[in-house]
Write a protein that binds this ligand. Structure first.
Ligand code: AHR
Length: 505
């Protein structure tokens, strides 16, 4: 890593509001860290509930209001068609004239009829409209190496072959050159109940037949661990053909209660708020430990850790199909998103791609729809504020957070990440999880020069405030006036439950 000759360091003293005399030192240093891949800001769209059907797809066209909203946050990559659905998906069912496509059953999510009107061509058209990279999860669980290999030929071969001609006959002349390719999903569970040893062998067999067509370099992503299952990562990293592997995935969901009783998305008190935040912060340990195991087999960090499913999972909204995983999205979710993205930014050396689950109407969604209406969730606004970090270089942050305590437990109240973009602008994203205390940062700055200081804030009086179709703008970003440049110092006042992004230029 190239170091800048002048070490740009500023030391901040966090004085935890008038309620506490605690002083915390925050140091952001300008030693240019790893690049924060834009793909950390990726998303996931599964054939599940109302994500694709009655979400992105109306039955015969893609919803452009959703496309425009996602373009605004610079969506870099979109994962599809699952999730668990990926391992029951047969791509040939969903090509050709729509009225002739096979009707199948979505046995994973609610036994609903899958009419396959949204298939390969529609997904890649969506990615084209969004201006993002497609990330296709291939079927290893119920498919064959031949089926996976044929799909890649259909997608990526520019020459003459029966499958490439079929693609042309179906309206697409040029290959799409799909690059990100998942070899199975959750192969330890819905993707086939495999042991890591068995999966590694299968991965080696399938990936052998995932061919690199000219102009279409494949980035293969192996199916990874269930949260803190470190043995999975160890065995898989040891046994897979690492030379043809771009990434290893990992899934971790934030659950406030138990898997049986996850708790409501909006009707919760401080107990559930605290538990959800504590669960969300476990991502730091989980990512660190998986990274350390990967370092053993891949010390040069060539293989990415791809957190391609994350986010809060609550009970489904009352009155909706529980198999559709439709949940509202509150200020709590925004704090979870901001905290998780700070963790990923701070691990940009290993985490090079991630995907929040899921983009529209499912789990921690960015967008909710009701007939032709659409609203943007608090989580959407976090991705909007944080897009400044995409492809910027991370800056090291050192500080000790004050504690937020509840019910006998404590968690760090504050989390931070910082980056410097190609124009030299520095962005610092700060999160205060404490629901009652404001936190004042009094920062003395050494060696940093900036002329303008701007900020935006996302906050709300209650952690369970949310945007509804009646009040779609209840939680939305505002200009932040709580940061002041005072000579050679910076003071920042973080309100309770807030996400602040500062720009120093
Ligand atoms: O995102 C919902 C489901 O969660 C996905 O289908 C699966 O991969 C995970 O268990």
């Amino acid at each position: 890593m190239k170091k800048t000759p002048v070490l740009l360091t500023f030391i901040a003293f966090l004085l935890a509001s008038s309620l506490s005399a605690q002083t915390v030192q925050l140091a952001v240093s300008d030693t240019s860290g790893p690049q924060i891949s834009r793909n950390i800001y990726g998303h996931f769209s599964e054939h599940l509930g109302r994500c694709i059907y009655d979400g992105f797809w109306t039955g015969d066209h893609i919803r452009m209001d959703i496309v425009d909203a996602l373009k605004k946050i610079k969506i870099p990559v979109l994962r599809w068609p699952g999730g668990c659905f990926a391992d029951q998906y047969h791509w040939r069912d969903a090509i050709g004239p729509r009225d002739q496509r096979k009707k199948t059953v979505n046995t994973t999510w609610g036994m609903v009829t899958e009419d396959n009107s949204f298939g390969t061509h529609e997904f890649l058209e969506l990615c084209g409209l969004l201006g993002c990279q497609p990330y296709v999860a291939g079927n290893m669980g119920s498919g064959t190496p031949e089926e996976m290999s044929n799909w890649l030929e259909y997608l990526n071969f520019n020459g003459k072959s029966t499958l490439a001609d079929l693609r042309r006959q179906n309206g697409r002349q040029e290959p799409w050159n799909v690059s990100f390719w998942g070899v199975g999903n959750e192969s330890w569970g819905c993707g086939g109940n495999m042991t890591p040893e068995y999966y590694a062998g299968e991965y080696n067999r399938y990936s052998e037949f995932c061919k690199q067509y000219p102009g279409a370099p494949l980035k293969l992503i192996a199916s990874g661990a269930n949260g803190p299952d470190y043995n999975w990562t160890d065995v898989v990293m040891k046994n897979i053909a690492r030379g043809r592997t771009w990434g290893l995935s990992m899934h971790y969901y934030t659950v406030a209660g138990s898997w049986e009783h996850k708790g409501s998305a909006t009707n919760f008190g401080e107990d559930d708020y605290f538990k959800a935040m504590a669960a969300c912060l476990r991502m730091e340990t989980i990512v660190s430990k998986h990274s350390a195991i990967m370092d053993k087999y891949d010390p040069k960090k060539r293989i990415a850790l791809v957190v391609d499913e994350w986010g809060i999972w609550t009970d489904a909204e009352p009155g909706t199909n529980p198999a559709f995983l439709y949940q509202q999205n509150s200020m709590r979710d925004a704090l979870i998103a901001a905290t998780t993205l700070n963790i990923f930014n701070n691990h940009a050396d290993r985490v090079k791609m991630a995907a929040l689950a899921q983009t529209v109407n499912v789990l921690q969604a960015l967008v909710l729809t009701e007939k032709d209406k659409m609203l943007l969730t608090p989580t959407y606004h976090v991705f909007d504020l944080y897009k400044v970090h995409q492809d910027a270089h991370s800056l090291a942050v050192n500080f000790k957070s004050p504690d937020y305590g509840h019910g006998g437990g404590t968690i760090p109240a504050v989390n931070v990440s910082a980056s410097k973009d190609s124009s030299g602008a520095v962005h610092i994203s700060l999160v205060n999880l404490d629901p009652a205390k404001k936190i004042t940062l009094r920062t003395s700055i050494a060696g940093i020069s900036f002329r303008t200081l701007r900020g935006q804030i996302l906050t709300s009086p209650k952690f369970n405030d949310f945007n509804s179709f009646d009040q779609p703008d209840k939680v939305k970003p505002a200009v932040f006036n709580g940061a002041k440049k005072d000579g050679n110092s910076l003071s920042v006042e973080l309100p309770p439950m807030s996400v602040v992004v500062l720009e120093l230029k």
